[in-house]
Ligand binder design. Structure first.
Ligand SMILES: NC(=O)c1ccc[n+]([C@@H]2O[C@H](COP(=O)([O-])OP(=O)(O)OC[C@H]3O[C@@H](n4cnc5c(N)ncnc54)[C@H](O)[C@@H]3O)[C@@H](O)[C@H]2O)c1
Length: 462
């Protein structure tokens, strides 16, 4: 099949790579010239320094005969003559703090596409094409997409919803072995096209292939994300807080007791600063906005959002409250800038809010380190005399008065050895991911004060 992807972000690039690997001819269009150049480079490292997804580089290089990238819309127009399916992979961020989805990117791409579709084969528009929403969109978007197409005089198209369930950091692995594929369509002929797009998975006994209508598909995506977000909020705000409130309760032991109940499950059972990333927050806000617009209450959805926010505020406040730490004039080491391990995505990363907090506290210097996301972070927080980027976590912590661990990169687990054996000073350790939990007793015995999510204050032995 011939498939066009509009938007070459995490979703567009990864989905297109898997489609090419499934034997389809794919064209990927984006307005971001630098991104397209890097993705088209044919060089694994260049590709993955643009979108840090394990396996993306190999997949694009291996399938280079079947995938092309462009910023030139005339290539899109030419491709329309033979295209079978067009995937819309545009960003749908929140507008301010309103909960409403910003559909500008989506609508402007859809309008541009509609104008081009109406002109194909001299206006005859003979070939049937499906337009597929892969972006996470409001539930009634299918109606608006249809309106945009109708207004431009487009004929012979179907509108389908095919939400994306990829997990950043495991996007390729997950897309090559999805647990489910959800296709929402109104007409049998649209389902038919999509079965051919996903033939590799439709025929697989390991993949749950779910056919519903487009509104159910869009709602299912929003609700799945809310369910996961709520699970995280329960871990942070209820289970973690319980472990913080009582001596001699370890978060890890609570975890063992709870996750061995199949009804509770293992996923997301950790303590952290913030459920960040590009999706959970904005999708919960969007769900709340849509429910309220439809005249429903959204109390639990709103509380989940607030509980998530509260976690980081509580953690930072503990420096003063528990350890009497005064931030003014202090040197800070901030480890972990990506919103989670295995990605360079910094959207809604707790470190962004930590940086804003530090700016308000008049600290003297911040040394930042991340194994993958420093370049992304620099676009928001440029290097200055008072804000420098270290090339290793050990360099970042050297002269610090406080060390904050904000991302769960596995390499940070080894940090306790260096802290205990090599630091002459006794900085406050703030572990926002419980990366050093196996060494809290050693750190305490070596004289370090430790504030960790999911633990009461650990005062270092003098
Ligand atoms: N990232 C995830 O983990 C994930 C998972 C599931 C669903 N989603 C959803 O998928 C959608 C895309 O997410 P993403 O993470 O890939 O976003 P992204 O920001 O990484 O990528 C979006 C791309 O669209 C491009 N773009 C913007 N306007 C355009 C236009 N008019 N024409 C062509 N390209 C244009 C941007 O340049 C960018 O490269 C969102 O709705 C998101 O909620 C994301």
């Amino acid at each position: 099949m011939n498939i066009l992807y509009i938007g070459a972000g995490f979703v567009g690039a990864c989905s297109a790579a898997v489609a090419a690997d499934s034997g389809h001819s794919t064209l990927v269009f984006d307005i971001d010239q630098k991104k397209i150049q890097m993705l088209a480079s044919g060089d694994r490292d260049t590709i993955e320094s643009c979108l840090f997804e394990k396996g993306l580089g190999d997949l694009l290089v291996r399938n280079k005969e079947r995938i092309a990238f462009t910023t030139d819309y005339s290539n899109v127009v030419n491709f329309l003559a033979s295209v079978d399916a067009i995937f819309m992979c545009l960003p749908t961020p929140e507008i301010g703090e309103t909960g409403e989805s910003n559909m500008e990117y989506y609508n402007s791409a859809a309008e541009q596409l509609a104008t081009a579709l109406a002109k194909r084969d001299g206006g005859a528009q003979q070939k049937y094409i499906v337009i597929v929403n892969k972006s996470t969109v409001p539930i009634d978007t299918v109606d608006h997409t249809q309106e945009i197409l109708d207004k431009a005089g487009v004929r012979n198209v179907g509108v389908v919803s095919n939400p994306e369930f990829l997990v950043e950091g495991k996007a390729i692995q997950g897309s090559l072995k999805p647990d489910r594929i959800v296709v929402g369509a109104w007409q049998e002929k649209d389902f038919d096209v999509m079965r051919n797009v996903y033939r590799r998975f439709y025929d697989s006994p390991d993949v749950e292939y779910i056919e519903v209508n487009p509104k159910e598909a869009a709602a299912g995506k929003l609700l799945a994300n809310f369910y996961l977000f709520n699970k995280l909020a329960i871990c942070f705000d209820v289970i973690g807080r319980t472990a913080e409130a009582f001596d001699a309760i370890s978060f890890e032991n609570l975890r063992r007791i709870l996750i061995n109940d199949d009804r509770i499950g293992k996923w997301g059972f950790y303590d952290s600063l913030y459920a960040g990333g590009s999706c959970f927050i904005k999708d919960a806000r969007s769900l709340s906005h849509q429910l309220q617009t439809a005249g429903q209450e959204a109390v639990l959805v709103n509380e989940t959002y607030i509980a998530n926010k509260r976690q980081l505020e509580t953690f930072l406040g503990r420096a003063q409250k528990d350890a009497g730490f005064d931030w003014a004039g202090k040197r800070v080491a901030l480890l972990g800038l990506a919103f989670k391990r295995d990605t360079n995505d910094t959207r809604n990363s707790p470190s962004i809010d930590i940086m804003h907090f530090l700016e308000g506290k008049n600290v003297s210097h911040v040394s930042l380190y991340d194994p993958a996301a420093s370049d992304m972070f620099k676009s928001m927080f440029a290097e200055t005399e008072k804000r420098t980027y270290a090339s290793h976590e050990f360099d970042a912590v050297k002269d610090a008065d406080v060390i904050i661990i904000a991302t769960d990169w596995p390499q940070f687990r080894g940090l306790a050895d260096v802290i205990v054996s090599e630091l002459q000073t006794r900085p406050l350790i703030m572990d926002g991911r419980r990366m050093l939990h196996h060494r809290y007793a050693d750190l305490r015995n070596a004289g370090f004060d430790v504030i960790a999510v999911g633990s009461p204050f650990i005062r270092g032995h003098a």
